[in-house]
Design a protein around this ligand. Structure first.
Ligand code: F6R
Length: 368
């Protein structure tokens, strides 16, 4: 049932506050300790892990890219992220102390399944982050963290992505707890912020009007770019993927720092560019991204800027300011992706496309 929405995808975008809340439910005890009951890997083994490799495809891969920043920062365990279909064919270095984390909404993606089979054969421990109970990937993994997004019917993943991020944050904090790389009160502060994220996402949804209007303005654009840095970079990649797959528009995500190494040549008069700006004041990358906006604007780009609601640098620079609530840098993707999902959904709707069943795509890719 679409519950009055035009598309399952739009309904699923609006379900994200609940999906994230459900994924967090029951994980954090009143005594201040995180519990991941389904995990099944004993704590002493988790203390021995010396490398994490995240494998996934598409949107799930982008959630893994965000996870790397959080996991390395909180746990100091080296974390790589790899496309599942590349991983298996390059003879990766694995051992009993490697934790392979595979992320899959459906739990049936063949590329991801083959990657974890390979990892298991090589003696690595495999942990699945998955939304589908009893699917093949969690069954073949040593451990699982289920996201509780409920069924995702729209082919383009939305609540799948935000709940994957949530599960990755939980995993990072849990490993930090087990390995004592964060103090209990630091975990408590981060968990409190994570637990506020459903309300934060709700605010983004309630204030989404500007991005819906933007979709009308940009409906005839042949190309849209997305820029971000640090955790904003995977958000840019995911924003571009949503637009490609739904609106069939050329869309490209770049790391903002990479601009001057090539992509800035693409900037021309009237080119729409979304920019994800890190929080002001608390993040040293903020000013660098702000100067990127000035550089592309000087070359004629139309800038749609996702930045905190009280960011003083933005009014002078943004053609359109998509206001984000204040959150800490590592958690910002949970809020920042939402306007980009809505933008793609709205733009595809305006172009008359079938948003729930984009051309050439299947919900789960069960062939390699
Ligand atoms: C994009 C999308 C795909 C999936 C990818 C992995 O919107 O949905 O990129 O994220 O095919 O699928 P799962 O997560 O089921 O393994």
């Amino acid at each position: 049932q679409k519950d009055g929405f035009d598309w399952f995808m739009r309904k699923e975008i609006y379900e994200q506050p609940k999906a994230v809340a459900d994924t967090l439910l029951g994980r954090y005890d009143t005594d201040g300790s995180l519990r991941l009951d389904e995990l099944r890997i004993p704590e002493y083994e988790l203390r021995l892990i010396d490398k994490i490799i995240i494998v996934a495809c598409g949107t799930a891969f982008y959630s893994g890219l965000v996870a790397k920043y959080a996991i390395e920062h909180w746990t100091r365990i080296a974390c790589e992220v790899e496309l599942a279909h590349e991983f298996r064919y390059r003879d990766p270095i694995l051992s009993g102390r490697t934790l392979v984390v595979c992320i899959s909404q459906s739990g049936e993606t063949a590329d991801t399944l083959m990657a974890i089979r390979h990892a298991s054969e090589q003696g690595a421990r495999v942990l699945a982050i998955c939304n589908t109970n009893g699917s093949t990937i969690p069954r073949e993994s040593d451990a699982v963290i289920y996201t509780h997004a409920g069924p995702e019917i729209g082919v383009a993943s939305t609540k799948g992505f935000t709940t994957q991020l949530t599960a990755c944050y939980l995993l990072g904090l849990y490993l930090a707890q087990v390995r004592s790389t964060l103090f209990g009160d630091e975990i408590a502060v981060l968990m409190a912020e994570l637990e506020r994220m459903p309300q934060t996402i709700q605010r983004v949804l309630d204030e989404a009007e500007p991005v819906l209007e933007l979709a009308a303005d940009f409906a005839d654009q042949p190309s849209v770019l997305f820029l971000g840095r640090h955790v904003g970079y995977p958000v840019a990649l995911e924003g571009a993927l949503k637009l490609k797959e739904l609106a069939y528009i050329h869309a490209e995500g770049f790391a903002a720092g990479e601009l001057k190494h090539g992509p800035i040549a693409l900037i021309e008069d009237g080119l729409p560019v979304f920019v994800v700006v890190p929080p002001q004041g608390r993040d040293m990358l903020h000013d660098k991204v702000v100067s990127n906006i000035a550089e592309i604007r000087a070359r004629g780009a139309l800038t749609a800027v996702l930045a905190e609601e009280d960011d003083e640098a933005i009014p002078a620079l943004a053609d359109v300011w998509i206001r984000l609530p204040k959150v800490s840098t590592l958690l910002q993707p949970l809020a920042a992706i939402v306007p980009l999902q809505l933008f793609a959904c709205e733009l595809a709707t305006r172009k008359g496309h079938d948003v729930d069943q984009p051309r050439n795509l299947a919900k789960s890719v069960t062939v390699e």
